[in-house]
Design a protein around this ligand. Structure first.
Ligand code: 5GP
Length: 190
């Protein structure tokens, strides 16, 4: 049996990756979602094991040392990593999976999984990104500044991705993401 396709979705904080992925997963069974591990504090409403595996920094470093992550990175002052076991199991079953990770992580995945498909979700503008982060209300002033500063660096890496989706309207971004996934699946079949 041939292996599944690994999709990687990146984009700056506040661009709406989570919203787009939630909307995608609601009525689309063709792709699994990989839950990352993080040392960041849990936000109100986030569920351990669903949004992230919330772990201590000590545990994170132990998992990293034992090669349990496909990739890992320090993003906006917290650590994040993609658990290897689950992703490889899904791919070996011939099923497809999507990771929502930052550009540093995407670079590591590119080296280990050269057939992966890389998708970048772009905001209409930095101003709009600021508005969205403000509206989301999850970050304090200092964290917001870090995320906006990082966004400017991240957007410059868009050319390293196979596809770019402009997240102007969530509905349209979801349609586009589905289209890309189905296109890649068909490409693999033919
Ligand atoms: P947030 O704290 O807003 O949930 O996520 C912050 C950033 O970390 C986002 O850019 C998100 O894509 C990234 N991120 C989430 N999980 C992972 C992961 O497993 N690995 C890497 N490298 N980045 C991640």
């Amino acid at each position: 049996m041939s292996k599944g396709i690994l999709f990687v979705l990146s984009g700056p904080s506040g661009v709406g990756k989570g919203t787009v992925l939630d909307a995608l997963m609601e009525n689309f069974d063709d792709v699994e979602y990989s839950v990352s591990a993080t040392t960041r504090e849990r936000r109100p409403g986030e569920v351990d094991g669903e949004d992230y595996f919330f772990i201590s920094e000590e545990r994170f470093q132990e998992l990293k040392k034992n090669d349990k992550f496909i990739e890992s990175a320090k993003v906006h002052n917290n650590y994040y990593g993609t658990p290897k076991k689950y992703v490889d199991r899904i791919l070996n079953q011939g099923k497809d999976i999507i990771l929502e990770i930052d550009i540093q992580g995407a670079k590591q995945v590119r080296e280990k999984y050269p057939n992966a498909v890389f998708i970048f979700l772009k905001p209409p503008s930095i101003e709009e990104l600021k508005n969205r982060l403000q509206k989301r209300g999850t970050e304090n002033c200092k964290n917001k500044k870090v995320r906006i500063k990082n966004a400017k660096t991240e957007i410059k890496k868009v050319c390293e991705y196979d596809y770019t989706i402009l997240n102007d309207k969530v509905k349209n971004a979801v349609i586009e993401l589905k289209r890309i996934i189905l296109k890649e699946k068909n490409k693999k079949r033919s």
